[in-house]
Design a protein around this ligand. Structure first.
Ligand SMILES: O=P(O)(O)OC[C@H]1O[C@H](OP(=O)(O)OP(=O)(O)O)[C@H](O)[C@@H]1O
Ligand SMILES: O=c1cc[nH]c(=O)[nH]1
Ligand SMILES: [Mg+2]
Length: 208
């Protein structure tokens, strides 16, 4: 499908705080969640709705509600967890799955370690989330896993994407749209996105 870079002043403002190496853990977490929330408005633009009758204090009228099995949010552990609250605070009907994948520091290959998905996930549009799209290895692994579980409709939401990772995902999964807050310049020799924001999982959880 496509890569959509969501340029919005509020997102740009908050991204600058995420990038700043001196931003403390609490502020980092708050901004990450707020950006995910702002991006959700864009990503959910085409969610299906059902027509219902609702009674106001004056009269009956028709309204619309999100279809019951509309979406599932699936964070790629750990850093994806930093986006979940912001998203589900806007979409209360969303179910949540988890896929644990970490990148081997030497080979940069994705290493799978955990997964739990809603039983009806194949009936839902899945918003797969991870703040960072670097080589694309983790995202591609997770998309493969979801497709093997029968999921048909997947979009990928991240905050910072390297051109290399975008190309890899679009090449292997052209049916998956990528929503990102920023397309950055590239990857350094350690597979980190530059200018980037460092190791996102470690900055969210203070593990380094
Ligand atoms: O596109 P890739 O080259 O796969 O890199 C991106 C992945 O790397 C980071 O996770 P990490 O492996 O550091 O695990 P963590 O989120 O638990 O820190 C990040 O959160 C992505 O999941
Ligand atoms: O820049 C990067 C690349 C991969 N994973 C991260 O957390 N940051
Ligand atoms: Mg990760």
């Amino acid at each position: 499908m496509a890569v959509i870079e969501i340029n919005h002043p509020l997102i740009q403002h908050k991204m600058t705080y995420l990038r700043n190496k001196d931003t403390d853990t609490k502020t980092f977490r708050e901004n990450l969640n707020e950006i995910a929330k702002l991006m959700t408005y864009e990503v959910t633009k085409s969610l299906p709705v059902d027509e219902v009758i609702v009674e106001t204090p004056l009269m009956k009228t028709t309204g619309h509600v999100l279809q019951d099995k509309a979406i599932a949010v699936v964070p790629i552990l750990r850093a994806g967890l930093g986006m979940v609250d912001g998203i589900v605070s806007l979409v209360p009907t969303a179910k949540i799955g988890h896929i644990g994948v970490y990148r081997n520091e030497e080979t940069l290959e994705p290493t799978y370690y955990y997964c739990k998905l809603p039983v009806d996930i194949q009936e839902r549009k899945v918003i797969l989330v991870d703040p960072m799209l670097a080589t694309g290895g983790s995202a591609i692994y997770a998309i493969d896993y979801l497709k093997n579980a029968g999921v048909k409709d997947i979009v990928f939401m991240c905050l910072v994407a390297a051109p290399e990772g975008i190309a890899k995902v679009l090449q292997t999964h052209p049916d998956v749209s990528i929503y990102t807050a920023k397309i950055d310049q590239g990857l350094n020799e350690h597979g980190y996105i530059y200018p980037g924001l460092g190791d996102c999982g470690d900055r969210i959880f203070g593990t380094k």
